[in-house]
Design a protein. Sequence first.
Length: 340
Amino acid sequence: MQFVCKNCFADKELNGFITSQNTIGDCCCCGSKDVEIIPIEELFDFFKELFENFQPKLSGERFISKIQSNWSLFRNITIGQKILDFTLSQIDTPFKTSRELADFNDEILENVNFWLKLKEQLKWDRRYLTNIGYLTDDLGWDSFFESTTVIKLKDIFYRARLHKNADEKLFLNEDMFCPKKELSYAGRANPIGIPYLYLSDNEDTVLYEIRASYLDEVSVASFRLKQDLTQNIVISDFTETPSLYAPSEVNKRIKSTLLKQIISRDLSKPMRRYDSELDYIPTQFICEFIKVFTNVQGIKFSSSLHDKGNNIVVFDQNIMECKDVKKVQVSKVFINSKKL
């Protein structure tokens, strides 16, 4: 195998690097003709750096699947196997083929899994004097949330409030914002007394988020940024498709992706009626951590209740305006179950 092309990869940054070489030819891997290509040897340093972050295991996931399921580095599994198998045969590594069982190395697992230890510590041991220096200086977490997105003035978001009684009047625009701080209760992202504005980018998603039931009446508000804002409103994005191609920073990209995945699951996890507010504390902490160390105005993460929508938490609701409110009635509810 002499040349690979941009069509072999799904990683946007790697595609951009191959395109920047301005070499057109035929791909020896996927068979594409007259396309941007690169000698595969020029990617060996990247792959060597990538392989150093994994270790063989006696059980678990195949090496190719471990990479592809987290980053979609290759266009598909078949192409990924061809490229990895050839590269592994040329580079000194414990792996012989892409189908061997693998896991991340111990250093990565220890870094990411500290979140599990930190959650228990924050709930039951030490809440207000956590060792921030260990998180930043030793684990490097302050640099793991750099992926951001900018909220545009035209972007519309939604928020809903459930009506407690039939034929209750439509909530007013001002009623759709956060309660006053004196009345603000703890949420998945905000501590008690520090209200954040919870929004969704999909109108149906907010109905799932408030647990609306069949025939419930709901006020649904549309929000957007105040149109006179002059600065960009930047939020930390937990929903992006991460790139793995980052020469000299592959280890950091892996840790960042895995840590954000596990935190995102906790952020989007719905509160069950028999859960304790103590379960909110770890995600409240990490939101405060992100707020301080990245200087963003909010966070974006996937909804676990509605796979077509994302949730947005805005730290300062004063940057938003409520455009309008409408009243709707829930006409259909879908419920699935799984065996425990």
